[in-house]
Design a protein around this ligand. Structure first.
Ligand SMILES: Nc1ncnc2c1ncn2[C@@H]1O[C@H](COP(=O)(O)OP(=O)(O)OP(=O)(O)O)[C@@H](O)[C@H]1O
Ligand SMILES: [Mg+2]
Length: 248
């Protein structure tokens, strides 16, 4: 149901040597909402995503999706359970075509016994890949190598790839990073459209975009949660103004 807790993050922590990158973070992501994580460089945002997606294991705490514990499971199992993610640094196969990148990611949809067959001949993955090609305006680039796309197109393909397995929760790590102004506006519109169908957890430095599209915002600072609330609560929060947003 819309509004219930889809993702629960409870007291997750991880250190890299002496650096406490993420410390005791609690977060609830509600179904149907856009929840954003903001904070200065090095605050621990991407590390938190790695703890949620299973790329890292927390030293304390746990993460659960629809009541199922994710922590301790391998990444592909977490993906099958309904979590998709994009990476701050791209996760595309540059020497595969646009279509092949989508097909590889969509293979999760195939029944087990079909997994070893050529992805080009498998029905559900093919249908999903074609749907995403059109949805993301990449149909004309179907046969191009991902490595030959423009930066903006690559970021868009990255989001399409993270949706290929039909996740219920989508994690986007700085989808507008390095984009020109018009690409950023286009990506903002794209995220807004996606949010009509899927729950989104977003990391983003563009505060205007965050405040515009989020239902709930968490601010991280030095591995900890500094504040959370609605965009207007965050804009007015003294600690957030001091640590991140500034007073201008
Ligand atoms: N694998 C790792 N090994 C060692 N240190 C790491 C590792 N990953 C991240 N760190 C450190 O942990 C801290 C948090 O990094 P993280 O990438 O989570 O920050 P961030 O909030 O995503 O920053 P940015 O806004 O620059 O992307 C940083 O000091 C970073 O250098
Ligand atoms: Mg980051």
């Amino acid at each position: 149901m819309t509004g219930d807790v889809l993702l629960e993050v409870r007291g997750v922590s991880i250190s890299f040597g002496a650096l406490r990158a993420v410390q005791g973070i609690d977060l609830e992501v509600r179904r149907g909402q856009v929840t954003s994580v903001i904070g200065p460089n090095g605050a621990g945002k991407s590390t938190l995503f790695n703890l949620i997606s299973g790329n890292l294991s927390p030293s304390a705490g746990y993460v659960a999706l629809e009541g199922r514990r994710l922590s301790g499971r391998p990444v592909h199992e977490i993906s099958v359970l309904g979590l998709g993610r994009s990476f701050q640094i791209t996760n595309l196969f540059f020497d595969l075509t646009v279509m092949e990148n989508l097909l590889v990611a969509a293979q999760v949809l195939e029944p087990r016994q079909r997994l070893l067959r050529d992805p080009r001949f498998s029905g559900r993955a093919q249908a999903r890949a074609e749907q995403l090609l059109h949805q993301f305006g990449l149909a004309a680039k179907e046969r191009e190598l991902a490595g030959h796309l423009s930066h903006g197109e690559q970021r868009r393909l990255e989001i399409a790839v993270s949706l290929a397995a039909e996740p219920r929760l989508l994690l986007l790590d700085e989808p507008t990073q390095g984009m020109a102004h018009e690409d950023t506006a286009e990506t903002a519109a794209l995220i807004r459209r996606l949010a009509e169908d899927i729950t989104i957890l977003l990391i983003e430095h563009d505060v205007g975009l965050v405040m515009d599209i989020s239902d709930h915002v968490m601010v991280m600072h030095m591995g900890r949660k500094l504040a959370e609330g609605t965009p207007s609560q965050i804009r007015a929060d003294e600690r957030v103004l001091d640590a991140y947003l500034g007073r201008g």
